[in-house]
Design a binder for this molecule. Structure first.
Ligand SMILES: [Zn+2]
Length: 205
């Protein structure tokens, strides 16, 4: 592969996901390197996929992730003092791919459940009076909480175990709304059925 070469591939999840890797294929070589442009390289490494308009997933297993979240919520508390918080944990395209995540020997549902639990604990600590909500899709077995969602390394089954009963659901499952609403209702969550997203009926997420 030439430095800077763009290559696309199908992630093989049946959804036709194509990722452009132009930016992550620009190898930086030291002046002393024996590698020459055009050499064929065999490499073994973990990489951060760049999706859509430059999105890069954060590692859900790294302690720094939760320090960043705590700093953010601390700032929100000081500046805004909100009475309600929407946890923007939706359409998480990459989970469990790095060595740190894999070393936990947990599936992606367990990793995400733990992550959202930590997030709720941080909010409770930083903004104790705030009522919490979370987007539904990543915790919904009728939506994205399934096996091999995008670049997740395994199944997201059980991710919903991480949402406390006091945390409300912003439900935007317009494909299987009856099943989804019933699922979260049975688990004791308050729900807001998101009208704007529902109006996009027919558009895939
Ligand atoms: Zn990770």
């Amino acid at each position: 592969m030439r430095t800077g070469q763009t290559r696309t591939w199908d992630a093989g999840n049946g959804r036709g996901l194509i990722i452009r890797i132009a930016r992550i294929c620009r190898w930086l070589l030291t002046p002393q390197s024996r590698i020459r442009d055009g050499d064929l390289l065999k490499v073994s490494y973990y990489y951060a996929p760049v999706l859509d308009a430059g999105q890069v997933g954060i590692c859900l297993s790294h302690p720094e992730t939760y320090k960043i979240l705590a700093d953010g919520f601390h700032g929100i508390s000081e500046l805004l003092g909100p009475s309600k918080i929407l946890i923007s944990c939706d359409e998480v395209r990459v989970i469990g791919q790095c060595q740190l995540c894999r070393s936990r020997n947990q599936n992606c549902g367990q990793i995400l459940a733990d992550a959202v639990k930590k997030c709720q604990a941080i909010i409770k600590h930083e903004i104790p009076e705030a009522q919490m909500f979370v987007w539904s899709d990543m915790f919904d077995p009728y939506h994205n909480a399934v096996a091999n969602y995008y670049l997740t390394a395994s199944t997201l089954e059980g991710s919903w175990e991480g949402i406390g009963a006091e945390c409300g659901i912003f439900n935007w499952n317009f494909g299987k709304s009856s099943e989804s609403l019933a699922f979260f209702n049975k688990r004791g969550h308050r729900q807001i059925s998101h009208g704007i997203m529902m109006s996009r009926r027919g558009k895939k997420a």
